[in-house]
Design a protein around this ligand. Structure first.
Ligand code: GDP
Ligand code: ZN
Length: 458
């Protein structure tokens, strides 16, 4: 495949000081040589080596920037093409000048995600791995990072390939039977079909079971802090945000909802919704506190309901307890440093089987217990294991659901004694659907759309 040479600024995650101009393509090294001055020409150096030198403006001969340049010859690179990485130290202005110079010399500005797209187009990674890169860029906690990394090293791909192999074997087997009917008993073919189809069905189900959790890991568990005015909602928010490293999402191009805040509570990413209401405009919020709480409830997957230990339960408290009846919630009874007025027995009755945590946010007491309760609620026993293949990408989930349906059709067809070539249609369809997850038989436009989600320079 003949592709032009692309370039973009690609700053590594978490490193602010260094900015990299990355080039990929057949002419990457020649183009870099036009603007680079060092001991050797880059065209003459060994692959996978780093070189100190200067970027010069070829028009004027002036030094623009002191740099380290990595030379990586294809195909042993991320894109399988020649790659040049120019490490600049001088901040955004000079890195932009360096980029401008390589563009002047014949490179084209890369589209978002185009480096990864090339890795895919050149066969270096499959589609689910490419999507792993997207998720990695967006990963919000270590655990989400692990899911993305797992996808990147092809854990999901391997699983999908195993399933497709099983389906292929049944198709081959059926073909033999159609061509040589005397060769095998129909009975046996049905038995084999059924076994393989059921195996695939069960494996797809297992993958889908991880989906809900995978999605939460990726997007954060939508969490609402609710309660009457003055019970300690803002204090709780502050303590969660301060105790747990707030998660930075400084990904260019992603618009961050200003009223949301992410915190990582023992591996559970919480997306605290409606925090603007809790943080600022206190006066207004206090007036409409309960009404606002009801609003927040609608969007939430986890409720943190705060009650006041030093006051009797009010009608509003009880109304909120009732409003969250069918939701995952933790009840926080705050201000235990003050004299008890609340009827804890009554709280237990209303809480049904939910965790109740007592806190004094003023004294920073009880926050550990609260975090433990959040973790326990989220990580249902057994699913925490490190080697679980989480499915977290919504495109994958949709395809898995379709594949499940179609393999189920196959199972039903066998059970109803349909002719094998009818069954085979469903099996083939399942095989195709699973193939779409790893990018076999995917539409070109779908690929473009996927890669445009990347940030520039990846
Ligand atoms: P919100 O209206 O629900 O957001 O409540 P705030 O977090 O703004 O707290 C209301 C008041 O209660 C503030 O003056 C806090 O300092 C105070 N407060 C919060 N937590 C505690 C606590 O555990 N003990 C005591 N004594 N006061 C607290
Ligand atoms: Zn408040």
């Amino acid at each position: 495949m003949e592709l032009d040479t692309i370039a973009a600024i690609s700053t590594p995650m978490g490193e602010g000081a260094i900015a990299i101009v990355r080039l990929s393509g057949d002419d990457a090294i020649q183009i870099a040589d036009k603007v680079y001055k060092g001991k050797q020409r880059l065209g003459e150096v060994e692959s996978h080596t780093i070189h100190y030198g200067y970027i010069i403006d070829p028009q004027t001969g002036n030094k623009v920037e002191e740099v380290m340049v990595s030379v990586l010859r294809g195909p042993r690179t991320f894109t399988r093409e020649n790659i040049i990485e120019i490490n600049c130290h001088g901040g955004l202005v000079s890195v932009n000048r360096v980029l401008q110079l390589v563009l002047n010399e014949g490179a084209r500005l890369a589209e978002p995600g185009e480096f990864t797209k090339r890795a895919f187009l050149n066969g270096r990674i499959d589609l689910s791995q490419a999507e792993g890169v997207i998720d990695l860029i967006r990963a919000k906690t270590d655990r989400a990072m692990n899911v993305a990394l797992g996808q990147l090293d092809g854990r999901l791909s391997k699983k999908i390939k195993t399933l497709r192999q099983a389906l292929l074997e049944t198709v081959a087997h059926v073909e033999v039977n159609i061509d040589y009917p005397e060769y095998d008993a129909e009975e046996m073919t049905n038995q084999l079909l059924l076994e393989k189809a059921q195996f695939v069905y069960q494996e797809i189900e297992k993958l889908l079971e991880t989906a809900a959790q995978g999605k939460i890991l990726r997007e954060g568990l939508a969490t609402a802090i609710i309660g009457r005015p003055n019970v300690g909602k803002s204090s709780l928010l502050n303590s969660l945000v301060h105790e747990n490293k707030a998660i930075v999402t400084d990904i260019p191009g992603t618009t961050r909802d200003v009223i949301e805040e992410y915190v990582n509570v023992r591996g559970v990413p919480l997306r605290l919704i409606d925090t603007a209401g809790i943080r600022e405009t206190e006066d207004i919020v206090e007036k409409i506190g309960v009404e606002r709480s009801r609003q927040a409830l609608k969007a939430a997957q986890l409720i943190l309901l705060v009650l006041n230990y030093s006051e009797e339960l009010t009608k509003e408290d009880e109304a909120l307890m009732e409003a969250i009846e069918n939701m995952d919630a933790i009840i926080i009874v705050n201000k235990t440093d003050l004299e008890q007025k609340i009827d804890l027995e009554r709280v237990k009755e209303l809480a049904i089987d939910r965790s109740i945590v007592t806190t004094s946010l003023l004294r920073d007491e009880g926050v550990d217990e609260l975090e433990e309760a959040i973790k326990e609620l989220f990580f249902v026993a057994g699913i925490e294991g490190e080697d679980v293949t989480y499915v977290s990408n919504s495109r994958h989930i949709a395809l898995l659901n379709q594949a499940k349906k179609s393999v189920q059709d196959a199972i039903l067809a066998v059970e109803n004694g349909m002719p094998v070539d009818m069954v085979q249609i469903d099996i083939t369809r399942t095989w195709e659907l699973l193939g779409e997850i790893i990018g076999d038989s995917v539409h070109e436009s779908l690929i473009d759309q996927l890669f445009s989600q990347f940030c520039l320079g990846k």
